[in-house]
Design a protein around this ligand. Structure first.
Ligand code: ADP
Ligand code: MG
Length: 535
């Protein structure tokens, strides 16, 4: 079984620099189990049987070695990938093109039924080093002589079990009869059967079996829930759950470094206290994030699995699986961060589509646990919850505190002719931060939005503050906060632009880092505000 501590980096797998660069840009932090085992074998030129579940990262497991095998200056089709559906063909093609971003002149073409064949013929005619397609349409092209397989170096049978289930066996065998015998063959399947073994026996040469199914692990008594979330709404749902449960200490797991950064920016823009933890960060900043999280001054820690593995935090209130983990073992590690020492722990997972639902089922099977479906809390539920909380607070104060001075204020208002209900209602509005409670869940401006704005003036740099119009601030508050925290004269602060949820301020470039660190955890108008430089 793979152990989390044994993970290599992509650099260690012997991959071309151009591909490493692309993978880094996509944001993969470390190879998945199947990638780690399969890539070196395929690069070496041997055949592989990859037995691993959906979502384990098989596309890169064969896509990267395929790109390494291609000779771009030879126009012939050199790699053939067979897969069961048009969706998979299109999806895998897209992924492989991303891996090939920095390799020049490699063409990857998807070929599937349902798309006009003329267009595919044109695409194939202009050269396709890698062809990814469904068996029926591939045969069609072979018969029309629009696809020649006599220079194929590597054949990949992706989701072989699915292809057999769909009745493609004859087609696959027919296609393989057109491919040169001296070639590499990789077969991937989530399940193994007699039929699959028969194929590997007949068409592979001394294949190495790579199996990444891990042994059964059980998880502690953590309550596990999942939510069906529309794509693109995960952050909103996360915020709602944090709000409705009044969560003060949670860990959120993402699969990529880029997702960690994006999510932290989104959460900060909504005024939540969140920081990220991933492998690209310097040790010093990782330590500082961890110290804040442990002390309780940081409420949400967003991390990749790899970055989180070394840290000794395991008493969080709840864990969010923002992305479904790529590895069963990761899931177990993630949710093991909560529910320690007899405390109640909760784990929440976001499911955005049918394929993810299949992963959810597998996780349940693997962990021998039940993940319960829950509806996303509505805005109405959130405000009902808030008013309940408020009621409890009020009752507690009524029971315990002496309210003489406050009652005098109320009496004055009553004398002026207001009713006690009106006075109470206004006070509730004041303490609950005005009438914009739900706005924290409305769309936020993302970093892209301000990258389109004019750049900072000469000698100036820009910082972003997670406070904006919805918190009723004005430029003078911002200037006051910057000058107060850092000691620079207000006159040296440049333009201030206030948006709904954040503010951009121009400051002298040489003071930027000092200002940002002086403003750590600052409160502006009573609201904790995150301040960060904009690159
Ligand atoms: P499979 O073919 O095994 O079902 P995919 O290749 O489709 O899995 O990968 C599933 C998801 O995981 C994709 O969104 C992919 O981009 C992502 N992914 C693959 N490898 C990694 C990795 N090393 N780190 C992070 N994400 C990855
Ligand atoms: Mg796949």
């Amino acid at each position: 079984m793979r152990r989390i501590t044994d993970i290599n980096s992509f650099e260690e797998l012997g991959i071309k620099y151009e591909i490493q660069k692309a993978v880094k840009e996509i944001g993969y932090e470390s190879p998945t189990a199947i990638q780690e085992k399969t890539i070196p074998i395929l690069i070496r030129g041997a055949d592989v049987i990859g037995h691993s579940q959906t979502g384990s990262g098989k596309t890169a497991a064969f896509g990267i070695p395929a790109l390494m095998a291609v000779n771009p200056s030879h126009r012939a089709t050199q790699i053939l990938v067979l897969c069961p559906t048009r969706e998979l063909a299109v999806q895998s093609c897209g992924e492989i093109r991303k891996f090939a971003k920095y390799m020049h002149g490699i063409r990857t073409i998807p070929v599937y039924g349902g798309q006009p064949i003329d267009r595919q013929i044109r695409e194939l005619k202009s050269g396709a080093h890698i062809v990814i397609g469904t068996p029926g349409r591939i045969i069609d092209h072979i018969e029309r002589h629009t696809l020649r397989l006599n220079h194929i170096k590597m054949v990949v049978l992706d989701e072989a079990d699915e292809m057999l289930n769909m009745g493609f066996r004859e087609d696959i065998e027919k296609i393989l009869s057109f491919v040169p015998e001296k070639r590499q063959t990789a077969l991937f399947s989530a399940t193994m059967s007699e039929e699959i073994l028969a194929i590997t026996h007949k068409y592979q040469t001394e294949p190495q079996l790579v199996k990444t199914k891990q042994k059964q692990l059980t998880v502690s008594s953590v309550e596990q829930y999942y939510y069906e979330v529309p794509r693109g709404k995960k952050t909103e749902v996360l915020c709602r759950l944090i709000e409705v449960n009044n969560t003060k200490r949670s860990m959120v797991f993402c699969n990529t470094k880029r997702q960690v950064d994006e999510l932290v920016a989104q959460l900060n823009a909504r005024g939540l206290s969140a920081e990220g933890l991933h492998g690209d960060m310097k040790q010093a900043s990782r330590n500082s994030v961890m110290a804040q999280f442990k002390s309780g001054s940081l409420e949400i820690l967003v991390a990749t699995d790899v970055a989180a593995r070394g840290i000794d935090v395991d008493d969080v209130e709840c864990v969010f699986n923002y992305d479904i983990p790529l590895d069963m073992e990761y899931y177990v590690h993630r949710i093991g961060r909560t529910g320690r020492a007899g405390k109640e722990g909760k784990a929440h997972m976001f499911v955005t589509g049918g394929r993810q639902y299949a992963l959810l089922k597998e996780i349940q099977k693997y962990t021998k646990s039940t993940i319960i479906h829950r509806a996303v809390p509505s805005l109405a539920e959130i405000s009902a919850k808030k008013s309940d909380d408020l009621k409890i607070k009020v009752l507690n104060i009524l029971k315990t505190d002496n309210l003489k001075a406050e009652l005098e204020v109320v009496d004055k208002l009553l004398i002026d002719g207001y009713t006690s209900s009106e006075v109470a209602a206004v006070l509730i509005r004041i303490i609950s931060g005005g009438d914009n409670e739900n706005e924290a869940l409305s769309p936020v401006y993302m970093p892209d939005e301000y990258s389109r704005m004019p750049k900072a003036g000469k000698g100036m740099a820009r910082i972003k503050l997670s406070i904006g119009k919805t918190s009723k601030i004005a430029a003078k508050h911002i200037v006051g906060a910057i000058a107060g925290a850092s000691g620079i004269p207000g006159g040296e602060i440049g333009k201030i632009e206030i948006f709904d949820y954040f503010t951009i301020a121009d400051i002298p470039a040489h003071m930027r880092d000092e200002i940002v660190s002086a403003m750590r955890n600052i409160k502006i108008n009573g609201k904790t505000t995150n301040v960060e430089p904009i690159k």
